[in-house]
Design a protein around this ligand. Structure first.
Ligand code: AMP
Ligand code: AMP
Length: 337
């Protein structure tokens, strides 16, 4: 397959790079990782990485794009693209990019993201516009917050009014705190076959909320512990099967709404980050429009991807499979931006 050999798959060295490049190699591509000097020794350990392109820091990436373009590279975005490159730099990337950049503006603005989910009829937690409206426990989220940093919890209106005084960010939303367990559903939508797959599911492991239950509440009294949501890892999750139907349908509606809201709509990997209540209702707290780190649990496939494929398919590998199919059927323009 000369055509396929000619393309190389690259990503930034962080987040889910190992999964993405392992998947690309398993599908027969040459692979490149773009890494900062401190990560070179990590990425050199693995045979499935053909080349390590060293750059001083991730934000210097635009200066190295030409090198990648000359090598017929396809870039796969992940969480670090959003975290380390500005939205503008991200949008201006010139290397062919797997995914639709039109989704970035909708995803990065919390209010637009909410509009998208509401249009898709995906349940979202209630939002309070003013302190006066608060009638439930709330989580206050600054706009740029990532990985649970920049949040605070208030159990009622009075506590909100007191805590907001020392909260620095100016832009934030006040959301009802949904009591339930988290489930992060990893989807893949193929614009080539127009099908949606659930490839895997994880739950996040966050400090300190995921440990507070270890100390009985009467022992906690007086300690002044504030809940925090800083992610430190992920665990795999098999969803109660009766909830799966809902999960598929929410994913499908998210894709359909995206096609109505933005040219081309959303494609490739995405994640609906949900809290499931005792009534078995999903509340989606966030939509992530690319591969999420929780998929790293499934480098050798998952119970869900096994339902579609007789080989071990991670989200990273699934991306490479889509690119391979597009090359074979001459439809690369449909999946790259
Ligand atoms: P890192 O490469 O670890 O600096 O992460 C890049 C971005 O992805 C940051 O915004 C992190 O908050 C996010 N991230 C990294 N690992 C995870 C994870 N396991 N779950 C959720 N988000 C993550
Ligand atoms: P996010 O950065 O939006 O993914 O949220 C980080 C973490 O905060 C989530 O993984 C949840 O544990 C928690 N969280 C966010 N929004 C809510 C909510 N409305 N209700 C309950 N927990 C939430």
């Amino acid at each position: 397959m000369a055509g396929q050999k000619a393309y190389k798959i690259a990503t930034l060295g962080s987040h889910s790079a190992l999964q993405i490049l392992k998947g690309a190699k398993d599908e027969g591509f040459q692979t490149i990782v773009v890494a900062t000097p401190d990560r070179v020794s990590l990425y050199k350990r693995f045979d499935f990485i053909d080349k390590v392109l060293v750059i001083p820091k991730f934000s210097d990436f635009p200066r190295y794009e030409k090198k990648l373009q000359e090598q017929n590279t396809i870039m796969i975005p992940h969480g670090s693209f959003v975290a380390y490159l500005s939205l503008e730099k991200h949008k201006k990337m010139k290397v062919p990019y797997f995914g639709n950049k039109a989704v970035l503006d909708w995803e990065s603005d919390r209010l637009k993201q909410r509009e998208w989910l509401e249009k898709a009829n995906v349940p979202v937690p209630r939002r309070f516009k003013k302190a006066q409206e608060i009638d439930a426990p709330v989580l206050v989220k600054s706009y740029g917050a990532a990985g649970g940093d920049g949040y605070f919890f208030a159990k009622n209106k009075t506590e909100f009014k007191q805590k907001i005084k020392s909260f620095e960010p100016k832009n934030y939303i006040i959301q009802e705190y949904v009591i339930g367990v988290s489930a992060y559903v990893h989807y893949f939508y193929s614009p080539l076959t127009k099908t949606l797959e659930i490839l895997s599911i994880d739950r996040r492991y966050e400090t300190n909320v995921d440990s507070l239950g270890r100390i009985p509440s009467h022992n906690q009294q007086g300690l002044g512990i504030e809940p925090s949501f800083v992610v430190v890892g992920n665990s795999p999750l098999a969803l109660r099967e009766s909830l799966l139907a809902d999960a598929y349908e929410m994913g499908e509606r998210t894709i359909k709404a995206s096609q109505e809201l933005m040219p081309g709509g959303l494609w490739g990997p995405f994640c609906l980050e949900a809290i499931i209540t005792p009534k078995q209702e999903f509340f989606v707290i966030e939509l992530s429009c690319r591969i999420v780190a929780g998929t790293n649990l499934f480098i050798n496939g998952s119970p869900y991807s096994a339902l579609y494929y007789d080989k071990d398919v991670s989200t990273g590998r699934r991306i490479a499979m889509e690119i391979k199919r597009a090359i074979k059927t001459k439809q690369l323009n449909k999946i790259l931006h």
